[in-house]
Design a binder for this molecule. Sequence first.
Ligand code: UD1
Length: 417
Amino acid sequence: MKKLIIEGGVPLKGIVSASGAKNAVLPVIAAALLSNGVSYIDDTPWLADVRTMCRTLEQMGVRSDYQKGLLALDSAGLCETCAPEEFVRRMRASFLLMGPILSRMGQVKMSLPGGCAIGSRPIDLHLKGFEAMGAEIVLGNGYIDARAKRLKGARIYLDFPSVGATENIMMAASLAEGNTIIENAAEEPEIVDLAIFLGAMGAKIKGAGTKIIRIEGVTSLSPARHSVIPDRVEAGTFMMAAAATGGSVIIDNVIEEHLKSVSAKLQETGSSVTENYGSIKVTAGGHISASDVKTMPYPGFPTDMQAQIMVHLAQADGCSVITETIFENRFMHVGELRKMGADIKIEGHSAVVNGVPRLRAAKLRATDLRAGGAMIIAALAAEGVSEITHLQHLERGYENICQKLASLGASIKVVEE
Ligand code: UD1
């Protein structure tokens, strides 16, 4: 078993660059299936989730080649409409393959998806969208089978602005007959990035990044080349690490607008945040002020940064209330932080965080991907040597995290037992 050993108490200092966004590249890879040829995706982060997606596609006849950030995907050979179960169960985002395969091949069969254990995470909104577009959906024992000769455009209202459902419906609608309108669509930057890639393939999409997206279906899409946006969650994790360790870090390769809610919270808690054309500098203040946080769909504070800001606020002067509104079971990191002396109580969907002067080192577990990011920040901020296990979660979403943190002065290494 691999584990991370971190000696905390060192303020992070220096410059680090964010990688391409995991949550942007996965839907873009899925969208490449809508064409019949080779698409190129620049700035692809070589993460476990990306490798899993590529391996899934290889079993379905889609060849992939990765070299130094450039992923080539040849979707001409797509011949299989049944996604391999072992991969789908491992990763929830594999469900993003459903829309493109259904739209291009007329049928698709998939197991129910897996991913982080952060709540029940149903897929009803995705299915509701496909059904509205005329797909016949059969739910079997642990799998879903969907068929439609050609999907038809429809008006689809999402009860919640689900990121995945918006993406899946956008992809399916791009090759459907007629016009689709998605109302109460998700507005996340990753939706806009996907729309840009689909547009380069020849799709006709208007309104991505707003609550109403209009898609005019076309009969075919061509392969295209696309650069993935920077990972705002990875960048946000470095911002939080700088603030929580009392350091000063410049994060390069960011889109500042995507991080406004994180920057605002850091400023409110006493850090200085300066933006400079594609980079953000975070310098910790003398002390950390308490602040309440509520996770919301974009442009609100991201649920994927909730665990990381909790570490920061665990060392604040005073009491903060962190409310999670997106996922029902996303406080698994609280138990780990308590091992470090954090004073946190859970009350329903909120965590009441009474700041303590300093966290202490402990043996920690990365309970999910972003909680893993939070454990790293906590270990960096704490006095003493901490260990973090269950690194497979971290490998899903943080590219070269050890090297990047070591370049900022962190004492961090991976050991194998
Ligand atoms: C995406 C991100 C994830 C992020 C989340 C919210 C990817 C690969 N993952 O996940 O990192 O935390 O957005 O910003 O992009 N829901 C339903 N029915 C559905 C779909 C969703 O009830 O059909 C619920 C979910 O259970 C959850 C909420 O809606 O409570 C948000 O989910 P959604 O926006 O779909 O997240 P994902 O696309 O899975």
